[in-house]
Design a protein around this ligand. Structure first.
Ligand code: NDP
Length: 287
């Protein structure tokens, strides 16, 4: 049958995780700092432990989902040696450095470690609508892959415990980079008297062309070879001048497009005017 699991932390996410394990037939032990949050899960068949250490002792697989890294540190300190021989899966948000530090703590206490990041809302736990990159011990992954995949679209990103956090940060940043550009464009449409809602609907259709472009650009970056993706950079730079001028006459903030134009100009000056937009990658380091 399905293996025993323990869930530490019963906030919105932890409760959804514990409920999913219960629904899939895993004998589930739960613990939360504020004990009352365990009651609905106990009613549904979970075992509510009095302490985190007691909960950890109850199963070979221990899933932690707390507010932040500080909470994880505090709870794990109270668990101590009870973690020995277990696999700890930390699904709390945090940095790659925090993930690697928690892995060191686990290793010092004789536990296997996987770090995971939740990309989606609590109601999506247990469905493919939540993506969960995980990374860390290959042995721990092999032992618990099937159980962890019950939580959503779980994918293993390799042995570096920090890799899941890197993936999460990159994916989240992609969203913000794109969405701030989107808001600028809506501002321009509104400034010109356009209907932003209708424009949004048309845009939803045209952005479907981007996934193949993203794939091609990532490949160009991987190869260090930059074919003219949206046309030669020299032609794109001339268009960029028009886009900036339009924004300025419409009274829309244009600082980010000026940065793009500056990168284009530097790249062209370096002799890459016939290459593609993807070549700007070469100018993005801090060194
Ligand atoms: P909640 O605020 O609902 O729950 C937080 C949990 O952390 C509670 O169980 C709380 O216990 C516990 N906690 C906080 N501080 C401590 C502490 N010092 N010691 C012990 N326990 C502590 O948050 P979520 O469940 O929504 O979020 C959990 C994680 O999931 C976060 O890292 C979040 O970034 C991530 N996440 C959440 C998403 C969401 O939409 N909710 C989306 C994607 C990721 P208590 O009940 O006692 O306060």
């Amino acid at each position: 049958g399905a293996g025993r699991v323990t869930v530490l932390g019963l906030g919105a996410m932890g409760s959804a995780i514990a409920r999913t394990f219960l629904d899939r037939g895993h004998p589930t032990t739960v613990w939360n700092r504020t004990a009352a949050k365990a009651a609905p899960l106990a009613e549904a068949g979970a075992t509510a432990a009095a302490t985190a250490a007691e909960a950890v002792a109850a199963a070979p697989l221990v899933v932690v989902c707390l507010l932040d890294g500080a909470a994880v540190e505090e709870v794990l300190a109270s668990v101590g040696t009870a973690i020995e021989g277990k696999v700890l899966v930390n699904l709390t948000s945090g940095s790659p450095a925090q993930a690697r530090a928690t892995e060191r703590w686990a290793a010092e206490h004789g536990a296997g470690y996987l770090d995971g990041k939740l990309m989606g809302d609590p109601p999506y736990i247990g469905t493919d609508n939540i993506l969960i990159p995980v990374s860390g011990s290959g042995d721990a992954w092999a032992a618990h892959e099937t159980t962890l995949k019950e939580l959503g679209g779980v994918a293993y990103h390799g042995a570096d415990a920090g890799a899941a956090a890197v993936e999460f940060n990159a994916q989240v940043a992609m969203g913000y980079e794109m969405l701030i550009g989107f808001l600028h464009v809506l501002k321009l449409v509104r400034a010109e008297g356009g209907d932003v809602a209708a424009f949004g609907e048309r845009l939803a259709g045209s952005v479907a062309a981007y996934p193949p472009l993203l794939t091609a650009m990532a490949k160009a970056v991987a190869n260090g070879d930059y074919p003219p993706d949206l046309g030669p950079l020299r032609v794109q730079a001339a268009l960029m001048d028009d886009l900036i001028a339009h924004r300025e006459t419409a009274g829309v903030e244009s600082v980010r497009m000026r940065q793009v134009k500056d990168l284009m100009d530097r790249r062209i000056a370096d002799g890459h005017g016939e290459e593609g937009f993807s070549g700007l990658f070469e100018l993005l380091g801090k060194d």
